[in-house]
Design a protein around this ligand. Structure first.
Ligand SMILES: Nc1nc2c(ncn2[C@@H]2O[C@H](COP(=O)(O)OP(=O)(O)OP(=O)(O)O)[C@@H](O)[C@H]2O)c(=O)[nH]1
Length: 351
């Protein structure tokens, strides 16, 4: 009897397209399948890992701080895959959530190069933000290339677009990824079987090998790490982190968000305002112009803190951090904080 290898699926897509949302949906609806998860955050605060951790416990591992696609040394990934694929873990499928700035072909290459015989490459799933894709594609033509090597495209956030736009996007995707199945979704609600049972197509693998070869030629042999990744999406981006044990002033914080610079595409994390009646944890997501918060409960022993990761291109990290420092409740000009100061926050809060 041949031994069944565990498929390793790469879940990729630009910043904020909905990868973590989709992953959480898969975990909640995986039926009898046990899913192992590897999460790769771009920033050093592992917000994505925190967002999925509750669902998987020990079958999740997190590789933070920097795109995995640039790892010169893949031993961390190898070690994680070894851990998740050992028979005692009884895992049926492994999903690697790439950072929103990763080069998916590099991740695929890492899996293909792995000498772990328990696993096999299970395909590339690209999540597309239906509301942002048009604009993002203009700034990042590399995304076309990512779609070209996908085995499944999830056109997510279809709740944010109309029928005409949807038809237009479907036509664009067919052009960029001819013959690749495209499933429309909102909040990542796709049938898990679509992902779990997918097999990468041989011609896609050939394209990935080919792309890697072209990358090497383009990058001048690719021997210098910094130089060798110039063409990567994340080369133009930086991430800025902010942590505060002191509650933030809701009005000042909303003013900070209103003034956020154009290049600051993504903000994610948790905010603690500590205002009577609103002492919960406010999960925050900004993607382009879109801003949403939702309240969740703090864990029993969880420290009340604000933790934010901001990812942008051409942004002044020092100024962003300074702006947030000024939102601390004890900060200058913070004044009184009462329920009314929460109004601005509540306009963007669900739940
Ligand atoms: N309206 C709408 N919002 C969505 C949908 N899917 C996800 N979101 C929201 O989009 C934001 C980003 O979602 P995430 O799942 O964190 O995106 P991500 O791709 O993991 O983000 P990065 O890891 O930063 O690249 C969150 O506020 C989600 O609730 C959707 O289908 N419709």
């Amino acid at each position: 009897m041949t031994k069944r290898q565990i498929p390793v699926i790469v879940l990729a897509g630009f910043l904020g397209s909905g990868k973590t949302t989709l992953l959480n949906h898969l975990l909640a609806h995986s039926g009898g399948s046990r899913v192992g998860v590897v999460v790769n955050d771009f920033g050093s605060i592992e917000i994505d890992a925190m967002s999925v951790a509750g669902q998987v416990g020990s079958s999740m591992v997190s590789l933070g701080n920097g795109c995995l696609c640039c790892a010169v040394d893949t031993s961390d990934l190898d070690a994680f895959l070894d851990r998740l694929s050992r028979p005692a873990a009884r895992i049926d499928v492994i999903v690697i959530e790439a950072s929103g700035l990763a080069e998916p072909q590099e991740l695929v290459r890492m899996i293909l190069a792995s000498d772990n015989t328990e696993i096999m490459y299970g395909g590339l799933v690209e999540v597309v933000d239906a509301a942002e894709f048009g604009r993002t594609r203009v700034r990042h033509p590399e995304l076309d290339r990512h779609l070209g090597i996908a085995d499944l495209v999830v056109l997510n956030k279809t709740d944010r677009i109309g029928e005409a736009e949807r038809a237009e996007l479907a036509a664009t995707l067919e052009e960029l990824a001819p013959g690749t199945p495209v499933v429309a979704a909102s909040y990542g609600r796709v049938d898990p079987e679509l992902l779990f049972d997918r097999r990468p197509r041989e011609e896609r693998l050939e394209e990935i090998r080919q792309l890697s070869f072209e990358d090497l030629v383009h990058d001048g042999a690719g021997d210098d790490h910094d130089h060798g990744h110039e063409g990567h999406l994340h080369a133009a981006y930086e991430s800025v982190e902010f942590v505060s044990d002191e509650p933030l002033h809701p009005r000042l914080f909303m003013e900070f968000l209103d003034r956020r610079p154009e290049g600051l595409y993504r903000i994610k994390g948790f905010v603690y305002f500590g205002v009577p009646g609103h002492r919960q944890k406010f999960a925050l997501h900004a993607v382009g112009d879109f801003l949403r918060m939702h309240r969740t409960a703090w864990g029993r022993s969880e420290r009340r803190t604000t933790q934010l990761v901001m990812i942008g291109s051409g942004v002044d990290g020092g100024a962003l951090r300074e702006g947030l420092e000024g939102c601390r409740r004890a900060g200058e000009g913070a004044g009184d904080v009462d329920e009314r100061s929460m109004w601005g926050v509540l306009r963007y809060t669900q739940g």
